[in-house]
Design a protein around this ligand. Structure first.
Ligand SMILES: Cc1cc2nc3c(=O)[nH]c(=O)nc-3n(C[C@H](O)[C@H](O)[C@H](O)COP(=O)(O)OP(=O)(O)OC[C@H]3O[C@@H](n4cnc5c(N)ncnc54)[C@H](O)[C@@H]3O)c2cc1C
Length: 486
């Protein structure tokens, strides 16, 4: 039976975008349904990755300018820079990225329908348009990639003026002097350092007992040192009781108790509050149950390793299936879903993927930490390079940070890379490449690398690690000589 499309994709975020691109390269006819009236690109381009990182880059430039050239009058950035300029910069980037997605769809003959998609049966999707009409499309396959949305706080309301959320922080009209961020995840840490770079006094209030617990302990120590220097205060183990504006004091008050002392109410006075709580998958009104698509207790769509749901013609990818809830992973998932639908062999997503945290300084890691290796009973050695020992870091005034290699003491195989410092999210890919080819740390010693570069950190860390193995009693010469002959 001939259907309108080979694949109908509900959602134009990274998962939907890459599925559409890959399908069109397979000469398949794709339709993307997007509920946003004007924009494509979802959380990726409009409210998450791109705008938060555009603001972060602008704040980082201001910080670097201030640190490098100083300010004779010692003024804070909010006395010199206008938030309007930063917002304009963010908006321009957002528009540019949107145009790119739109043009890629046009170039690759991907159709777009605007409105809310809803499953009718295993091959049919209904679109409720913004004009009140309904359009119906059929497809051999359907990809559900509707992303996720922030959950609302239960103790107070977001007024989008003094109390902001993921969306309204992107429209804030001035650089606040004080900001309290409620949330303890990656986004909270990223926004904390973005505003601290602009001179804002930032306090992070988290109900978790700790934050970024997946980081290597030394990377976390470096980060904490940086937070202290920047005056970022992170309070954990709290229960938020209320947030409200106090007109008498002209402050917004955050009332909270420590989990360990529930009776002592504490009050933090601040100018603005940014609430960055959890997120939930966008499955309301999709009518997944009508078709029998299974979800779990957290409403995440269940998929197998090919991104297929329990219904043969329905696939799902991106935030709607849960972890790792990243644009980076969503791109790959959407593409692989297309490969699997159309029976075209594709490489599997490796278990190890890199994580990038766009704090200032940046953090990135791949593979196991030193502590995890110990817990696994592995005999590992670490090699460290401090950015203050790298010429390029001195030249660019980015001497805060470190790169740490975790490798097998016996085989020298690289098992983990952990970086904090400028361009960490970029630098990680060299370690990722070596790891994905089962390489060992001699790669960084034996290959000539451009100089001066931040990649020199790999060479320094590898030498540092090799020296440590030698000290531990393994024959140093063998490391470089014998092993080459194997
Ligand atoms: C503040 C913030 C910063 C982030 N920073 C990073 C980062 O630095 N790096 C990174 O890798 N990830 C980052 N992320 C995560 C990343 O944005 C998401 O993981 C990614 O966008 C998920 O992609 P997706 O395709 O699943 O969904 P989305 O990008 O959310 O797109 C889903 C689309 O589906 C549409 N939609 C929903 N329901 C329907 C419907 N019924 N019909 C039609 N359309 C519908 C939505 O309008 C939306 O356009 C960040 C997220 C946030 C919130």
């Amino acid at each position: 039976m001939s259907r309108d499309y080979d694949v109908i994709i509900i959602g134009s975020g990274p998962a939907g975008f890459s599925c559409a691109m890959q399908s069109s390269k397979f000469d398949k006819k794709a339709l993307v349904i997007e509920s946003h009236k004007d924009y494509l690109g979802g959380t990726w381009i409009n409210t998450g990755t791109v705008p938060s990182k555009a603001l972060r880059e602008a704040a980082k430039t201001i910080l670097e300018f201030n640190e490098q050239f100083g300010d004779q009058e010692n003024r804070k950035p909010y006395e010199r820079f206008q938030m309007a300029d930063l917002l304009k910069y963010k908006q321009e980037i957002l528009e540019k990225e949107n145009r790119k997605v739109k043009n890629d769809f046009i170039k690759n003959r991907v159709d777009v329908a605007r409105g809310y998609g809803q499953l009718v049966d295993e091959h049919t999707v209904e679109v409720k348009t913004h004009f009140g009409s309904t359009e119906t499309y059929t497809g051999d396959y359907i990809l559900v990639c509707t992303g996720s949305s922030p959950t609302a706080p239960t103790e107070f309301d977001i007024d989008n003026d003094r109390i902001l959320d993921y969306k309204s922080i992107l429209e804030i009209t001035h650089i606040p002097k004080r900001l309290a961020i409620i949330g303890g995840g990656v986004n909270a840490i990223e926004y904390a350092t973005t505003f601290a770079a602009l001179g804002t006094r930032v306090t992070v209030l988290s109900d978790r007992d700790d934050y970024l617990t997946f980081l290597d302990h030394e990377i976390k120590n470096e980060l904490q040192k940086s937070f202290r220097k920047k005056g970022i205060n992170i309070k954990t183990g709290l229960k938020i009781r209320d947030v409200d504006f106090n007109p008498l004091r002209n402050y917004t008050e955050v009332k909270f108790t420590a989990k360990s002392d529930k009776d002592r109410l504490q009050v933090l006075e601040t100018e603005h509050v940014l609430y960055l709580g959890g997120r939930k998958p966008n499955i309301d009104n999709l009518d997944l149950d009508k078709v029998g698509v299974e979800t779990d207790s957290k409403d995440l769509v269940k998929v197998d390793s090919t991104f297929k749901t329990n219904v043969d013609s329905v696939y799902a990818a991106g935030d709607v299936i849960g972890f790792p809830r990243l644009a980076s992973a969503s791109f790959t998932q959407g593409r692989l879903a297309a490969c699997n639908m159309f029976g075209i062999p594709a490489l599997e997503v490796p278990d190890r993927i890199p994580y990038g945290i766009y704090a200032i300084p940046e953090i990135s890691n791949i593979g196991i930490t030193e502590k995890q290796a110990e817990d696994m009973g592995l005999d590992v050695t670490v090699g460290r390079a401090y950015f203050e020992n790298i010429a390029k870091a001195d030249m660019t005034n980015h001497d805060e940070g470190m790169l740490k290699l975790v490798f097998s003491s016996e085989s020298l195989k690289l098992l983990g890379v952990h970086i904090v410092g400028d361009e960490a999210a970029n630098l990680i890919h060299l370690g990722q490449a070596v790891m994905s080819f089962d390489g060992d740390i001699r790669y960084f010693i034996q290959h000539v690398m451009n100089y001066p570069t931040m990649s020199e950190a790999y060479r320094i860390a590898a030498f540092n690690g090799v020296n440590r193995v030698y000290q531990a009693g393994v024959k140093y010469k063998n490391i470089l000589e014998d092993k080459e002959e194997e």
